[in-house]
Ligand binder design. Structure first.
Ligand code: CP3
Length: 367
């Protein structure tokens, strides 16, 4: 196997999303889709049927192949790629087993029950050793992308990962994870800090390997009250951006734009816009004009069509996407996306209509 190095990467041909993140004037809104490499693509299903989910994550050639699938299919209609991996690789690196169960999603056979279970967690995680496969996938993908679009690295935010580690999988109420906050506040903070330290290291490593943007997924932010968000989510989200930036600087690496997506946390938009992230990602329940006001125009906004609108037929998609683009306005600080990940049963042609509409309409309103 040829070994790929994080140097001499092909020259970037489309830097629209990087310029939008920095607030520069651009000719149209860049667009990409959360979970753009996924089950809605027949080519994903074809590769996935021969390999388990985490086997793909751990095999750089396979993770790279899946990352490239949407880029190959949609060509110039996509303005970014995101490395194929999962937020749950951090809990795995900390010593917890995670399985991906068909029809159910992620399952931890032995989740954390009480703080006594900390004894099952690895003391000093060697991030390079445990997650080096992600770095390799990133480096390989940067070469194979041939500069077509920038590549995102990502992590799950500490609160979301803590919640998975305690719930052991998806949950409607997060009753177990949240009861830790009331019963064991000190230990909850200790766990959040352990995750944060690994997250910082992991993101810096992803940039070293070739990631050109970073997104932090606080998928379960909206399960916290505004007060609890300020205590259990925001401080760690802020530590991550500040420390990653400091570390990149001290290692002589170029800064990369960072995006925070705290799903459901509309109440935190002002705080998030003052958290050292260049981009704040919005779910579909947030009105773009409201978000602009709350963020005082300090950041680029990402989003936010309702992912289920892709089931509405091509005409409805065009209409809803057009309204969305107009709602963000011709302010260049808009990165189009969905308000959450694309759903597994969407018709890939429907996504194409969305991408085309966003690109056309956002160029028109800037003329
Ligand atoms: O294309 C991409 O966006 C890159 C890869 C990516 C995946 N997961 C692949 C994946 C990314 C960025 C993620 C992030 C992720 N993973 C999040 C944050 C985003 C969000 O949706 O809020 C979360 C919460 C997870 C945890 C996770 N992984 C869940 C809940 C599931 C099950 C989802 C489901 O629909 O069944 C996964 C599995 C997963 N991660 C799949 C993919 C392509 C499907 C797995 C399969 O093939 O069975």
């Amino acid at each position: 196997m040829t070994s790929y190095k994080a140097e001499n990467f092909p020259e970037l041909k489309n830097d629209l999303i990087l310029r939008a993140s920095r607030g520069e004037k651009i000719e149209r809104a860049p667009v990409w889709i959360m979970r753009q490499a996924g089950r809605y693509l027949p080519e994903f299903q074809a590769l996935r049927k021969n390999h388990s989910f985490f086997e793909i994550c751990r095999t750089p050639e396979l993770a790279c192949a899946l990352t490239l699938q949407p880029i190959d299919r949609y060509g110039k209609l996509l303005d970014a790629s995101i490395i194929f991996s999962d937020i749950l690789v951090i809990p795995q690196a900390m010593g917890l087993e995670v399985q991906m169960v068909a029809g159910k999603g992620p399952v931890f056979p032995a989740p954390l029950e009480t703080p006594e279970c900390f004894s099952r967690l690895t003391e000093n995680v060697d991030v390079e050793k445990e997650l080096g496969y992600v770095y390799q996938a990133i480096t390989l993908t940067r070469h194979k992308l041939e500069g077509r679009v920038p590549l995102f690295g990502f992590i799950g935010a500490p609160w979301t990962l803590m919640a998975y580690m305690i719930e052991g999988g998806g949950s409607k109420t997060l009753a177990k994870a949240k009861s830790w906050l009331w019963k064991y506040p000190k230990e909850s903070h200790a766990l959040l800090q352990r995750i944060t330290d690994i997250a910082v290291e992991f993101l810096v490593g992803q940039v070293r390997a070739g990631a050109q943007m970073l997104q932090v997924f606080e998928s379960w932010g909206g399960e916290l009250s505004p007060q609890d968000f300020k205590v259990y989510s925001l401080p760690y989200i802020r530590q991550i951006s500040s420390k990653v930036k400091e570390r990149l600087n001290s290692e002589g690496l170029d800064a990369v734009p960072m995006t925070i997506f705290a799903k459901g946390s509309w109440y935190a938009l002002t705080d998030l816009s003052e958290s050292n992230y260049e981009v704040v990602s919005l779910d579909w329940t947030i009105d773009p004009a409201f978000a602009r006001k709350m963020t005082n125009d300090k950041v680029a906004l990402q989003g936010n069509m309702d992912p289920t609108a892709l089931y509405g037929g091509f005409d409805a998609i065009r209409e809803i996407a057009t309204k969305m683009v107009h709602a963000f306005g011709k302010d260049s600080r808009h990165i189009a996306n969905l308000g959450h990940g694309i759903l597994p049963t969407v018709d890939p042609e429907a996504l194409k209509v969305y991408l085309e509409t966003v690109q056309t309409v956002s160029a028109e309103i800037r003329k």
